[in-house]
Design a protein around this ligand. Structure first.
Ligand code: GAL
Length: 723
């Protein structure tokens, strides 16, 4: 079971891991002891070591020196800390980039980089692919030999490969390997030409040797041809480079993982992901994706909310990451104790906000709460980034005090929290990296479309209703969900079509939106009546797509039979941005029409039932399955009404609350255990909430009765152990 890794992390430590990135090598040793004292005071029980120490561990190609790391490990051990050990390969030593320039990337515009920053290795560099896994293997061997890893009670509880993998290389070697990858994928150049429809703009290739990378010097041209800036001339070409490069990066990870596993076959291995991160398809990194112990053993990710982001934006990323980890618990590998300095404004977290964000993560499945970083850097480009220990070096800062207070609470509540698992979603939201890339590479039909915003549009409304959502892949088993939403699921494979069909024919209810089911995996539009793959089931034909400026809404007029509960009580619903002009089949119910433009009165929201209930009814309120088609991007009021229709008769559990209060459940892992309900005030200022269940507030020990009004302090949380 994929939940095993966390079971093992727990049993080795007995509780929630609380700590994070610790970089004592950037400080004189005299400071380390004081760190240990302060960690104890803050209830820190874990440190993530060695994230960027390659140059210290390997001063030259043939010399390894782990002595400083050994001293750090020993100190941590003496102080009872558990360790997440990084392989240190996220930043390269200067000798390496000098002696072997093949490790350096070539940029999008052809610049050959020299030593710089971090997370910038070329994923096809033979030197890197040899030396990085070698270092990972040597570290693992060394710490197994020392007795620090490889046993159930070892201080090293998990391995952290590299750091936040990101970006691309556009060098000639990558181009050559891309050609090999294409040969393996397509077999012949004719098949490739056909897949990419390369006759467009005289791109017909007669040999694989003619193919370069779609870089800024090629078909990704940033100038002078503005028409294709950031877009693709041939969608299949640009998409394939994404896929190819992402697979090379994953391959690099797998080599490091294999090297660790050779030394310690029981090692738990992960790398820190970044939520709605565009570069690589994280679904390829899923645990055991290839059935051979590959991928991440558990998901870990770094949560850095931007200024002003609401709880729904943050939780969507938590839920996506949980979905990548097949809905199992995950590790919050990094968050900022207070401000992060790399965003335009270094806002400090408001009093209580760091704790609130931590509970949000736990409520959505985090079984570990960690930070970047333990002590604020004294120089370098992260000197204005917060640390648990601020630059004053004492326990007197607000940041330290808040971290220490949270540490105490986590320690106290650890057993109760770890006896629960993330709740099962009632509604699923399909996230698909290929569709995201395909839309972003497309020229038109609107430049206003943002795939992640489309996810948020739907997620936010479910979040407002406190509905449990799972973010899933289009080929995951959907049968358990009462409704499935597939925003802008642009690219289809046969497997996706079959999966969605079987969900709907099995009684499921699916919502499709504009830009859904339009293209195959090569970005070739399906020829026929749109949406071709599901034309029969969806019961509409999309004839045209109108695109208007975002400031030009079109009213949505809901039919009197539409199961909208809010009519008349809130603002007028509108459609925005894209307006599909559709013809509904005779059996298709029209739930809303457009209220203006030349398509006034034509369908804007439809439902085609896939079945009848026992008395022959096909209406939504009877709960029957089928496909709902929303032909435009609804605004907030419109989204609320569409969701009303989608969920009608489906018995989805909703919990009412102030919009700034979220209510999220973790369910007891064992039937005799207690569910936990997190009632979280996600914003500044006091608020109230109605207790949805009776039980005991774990933070105060006080009894809570269902229906009771709970006083929530600014960013305050009540955790009800349901009993
Ligand atoms: C993360 C990174 C850390 C640190 C942090 C600062 O993206 O993994 O190493 O730089 O940002 O917020």
């Amino acid at each position: 079971m994929a939940s095993q890794p966390f079971a093992r992390l727990r049993s080795s430590h007995g509780g929630i891991l609380y700590g994070g990135d610790y970089n004592p090598e950037q400080w004189p040793q005299s400071v380390w002891k004081e760190d240990m004292r302060l960690f104890k005071e803050a209830h820190i029980n874990e440190v993530t070591l060695n994230v960027f120490s390659w140059a210290l561990l390997q001063p030259s190609e043939d010399t390894y020196d782990f002595s400083m790391l050994d001293r750090i490990v020993d100190l941590c051990k003496e102080n009872g800390l558990k360790i997440v050990m990084a392989t240190g390969t996220g930043a390269m030593p200067p000798w390496l980039t000098k002696a072997h320039p093949d490790v350096n990337r070539v940029g999008y515009n052809g610049e050959h980089f020299r030593h710089s920053g971090r997370e910038n290795f070329c994923a096809t560099s033979p030197t890197f692919l040899t030396l990085a896994p070698r270092l990972a293997g040597k570290l693992a061997e060394h710490y197994v030999q020392r007795g620090d890893a490889g046993k159930p009670d070892s201080p090293i509880v998990a391995w952290h490969v590299s750091n936040e993998y990101s970006g691309f290389c556009w060098c000639d070697r990558c181009a050559a390997q891309f050609r090999e990858w294409l040969k393996a994928r397509y077999g012949t150049i004719e098949k490739l030409d056909e897949a990419w429809n390369a006759n467009m703009w005289s791109h017909t290739y007669h040999s694989f040797d003619e193919i370069d990378t779609p870089s800024g010097l090629g078909d990704g041209m940033p100038t002078p041809n503005q028409y294709v800036t950031g877009h693709a001339v041939l969608g299949g070409y640009s998409l394939d480079y994404r896929r190819f490069y992402g697979q090379q990066v994953l391959h690099e990870y797998e080599l490091e993982k294999a090297a660790i596993r050779r030394a310690d076959p029981t090692a738990l291995v992960t790398t820190n992901m970044m939520g709605t991160f565009n570069d690589y398809d994280y679904l390829d990194w899923r645990t055991d994706h290839a059935g051979a112990g590959t991928g991440v053993d558990f998901v870990s990710w770094d949560s850095y909310p931007g200024l002003g982001e609401d709880a729904a934006a943050i939780d969507l990323r938590h839920d996506l990451m949980r979905g990548v980890g097949t809905q199992k618990p995950w590790m919050l590998m990094e968050q900022a104790p207070s401000n992060q300095n790399w965003m335009p404004y270094c806002y400090v977290k408001r009093p209580g906000q760091m704790e609130e964000l931590s509970w949000q993560a736990v409520a959505h499945g985090a079984d570990a709460v960690q930070f970047f970083q333990m002590r604020q850097a004294r120089s370098g480009c992260e000197k204005f980034h917060s640390g648990i220990i601020s630059i004053d070096g004492t326990d007197q800062s607000r940041t330290f005090k808040e971290c220490a207070a949270l540490g105490g609470k986590l320690e106290k509540l650890s057993a109760d929290i770890l006896a629960t698992v993330p709740q099962a979603g009632q509604v699923a939201l399909i996230f698909d990296w290929n569709s995201w890339w395909g839309l972003q590479f497309s020229v038109g039909p609107t430049s206003a479309l943002d795939y992640v915003h489309e996810m948020q549009r739907w997620y936010r409304e479910l979040h407002r209703r406190n509905i449990a959502v799972d973010v899933v892949s289009a080929t995951d088993d959907l049968s358990q969900y009462r409704a499935v939403i597939a925003p802008c699921l642009y690219m289809f494979t046969d497997a996706m079509t079959a999966n969605l069909r079987s969900y709907v024919s099995g009684g499921g209810r699916l919502l499709l939106t504009p830009m859904s089911a339009l293209a195959d995996q090569n970005d070739e539009l399906f020829v026929g009546q749109t949406p071709v793959p599901l034309r029969k089931e969806v019961g509409v034909w999309v004839e045209e797509t109108d695109s208007l400026a975002p400031s030009t809404p079109v009213p949505l007029v809901f039919a009197s039979h539409a199961p909208v509960t809010n009519t008349g009580t809130a603002s007028q619903p509108n459609g925005n941005m894209l307006f599909n002009i559709v013809h509904a089949d005779p059996r298709t119910q029209v739930l809303a029409t457009y209220g203006s433009q030349f398509y006034k009165g034509t369908p804007a929201l439809t439902f085609a039932a896939s079945e009848k209930d026992e008395s022959g009814r096909t209406d939504l309120a009877a709960g029957i399955g089928g496909i709902m088609y929303c032909a435009t991007m609804p605004d907030e009021a419109g989204t609320r009404d569409v969701i009303d229709c989608l969920l009608a008769g489906r018995h989805v559990r909703e919990v009412e609350s102030d919009p700034l209060v979220e209510i999220t459940r973790r369910t007891a892992a064992d039937p005799s255990g207690h569910d936990l309900v997190f009632v979280i005030n996600t914003a500044e200022g006091a608020r109230t909430a109605v207790a949805p269940e009776s039980g005991v507030d774990l933070l105060t020990g006080q009894r809570v009765s269902q229906g009771q009004e709970l006083e929530l302090a600014s960013f305050g949380t009540v955790i009800i152990s349901v009993q």
